[in-house]
Write a protein that binds this ligand. Structure first.
Ligand code: ADP
Length: 270
């Protein structure tokens, strides 16, 4: 009968509703877990530098009469506290990005300029390793977004390329327009990344080689910041790599305006 049919339908809908709720619950649990992991990871990452700082402070105290040792300890204290500051600011940056209120500014960004600045910021460190960074940024591309955040993202890729290259290696950075996107590619001839690690390098705190990465001062957050920044700008980041040969990381962002042929009319004046 009609009533029966209605009852069955209501029951069916009811089941679906419950299932949807259950899915919601699972998602909420998963997010809780991610959040717990994140905090556990942060605590773990901070423990070592905090311990070093207090040990060094103690050592300085005990070496008070020996200026040479005091100076040596003080230098290391500076390094460790810089590391603490670095991790803390990356954590703050990442949680902001994840909160999606990340684009504090949304303006026309000159991509060539952002990339050139990020490369310049890495030149001193690169030169110290005898690494030349070749830059080709003449795309004239513009995207909408936050220039500071985009700068950090490109900076992270370039500093990784330098960090995971051998002395005397070469790093190439290029900006090209392709269709209605701009592509920023950072290529190195460094240690490369094994296939099984490729997908995971964008995860928070993921490091292929914990010891080596810690020596380079990395926190394992750099690429995760790149990924979130690029996604918040409606783009994507990809990686190709071959162990022992090198890696290419590529950021693709939607152009603010699709490229137009220069017809000399100059657009809507003013
Ligand atoms: P980190 O601060 O450790 O560099 P990232 O999130 O920037 O953290 O990178 C995660 C891991 O991915 C690194 O620890 C390293 O193992 C690997 N990786 C990133 N960039 C490169 C690269 N250009 N060449 C080789 N390995 C890389």
């Amino acid at each position: 009968t009609a009533t029966m049919q209605l009852a069955v339908q209501v029951a069916r809908l009811g089941t679906r509703f419950v299932l949807l709720l259950a899915e919601d619950r699972t998602e909420a649990n998963r997010l809780d877990e991610v959040r717990r992991d994140f905090i556990a990871n942060i605590s773990h990452e901070l423990k070592t530098p905090i311990a070093s700082v207090s040990l060094l402070a103690e050592a300085i105290d005990q070496a008070a009469d020996e200026p040479d040792r005091v100076r040596r300890f003080a230098d290391r204290l500076t390094v460790e506290s810089a590391r603490l500051a670095h991790i803390t600011s990356e954590v703050i940056e990442l949680s902001r990005l994840q909160a999606r209120d990340a684009l504090r500014r949304d303006e026309l960004v000159d991509v060539d300029r952002v990339v050139a600045t990020a490369v310049d910021q890495n030149r001193v460190v690169a030169a110290a390793k005898g690494i030349e960074v070749a830059l080709r940024a003449k795309s004239r591309a513009q995207v909408y977004g936050d220039p500071a955040l985009l700068g950090v993202a490109v900076h992270n890729l370039v500093s990784n390329a330098v960090a995971y290259s051998a002395e005397g290696g070469r790093v190439g950075v290029g900006v090209v327009v392709r269709g209605d996107s701009v592509e920023i590619a950072v290529t190195d001839q460094g240690i490369g990344i094994a296939e099984e690690d490729l997908e995971r390098v964008f995860e928070r705190f993921y490091r292929v080689d914990q010891a080596r990465s810690r020596n380079t001062g990395g926190s394992g957050l750099g690429l995760s910041i790149v990924k979130h920044t690029v996604q918040n700008h409606g783009g994507e980041v990809r990686v190709w790599s071959q162990p022992g040969k090198g890696s290419t990381f590529m950021i693709r962002l939607p152009l603010a305006e699709p490229p137009v042929a220069d017809d000399g009319t100059g657009g809507a004046g003013g």
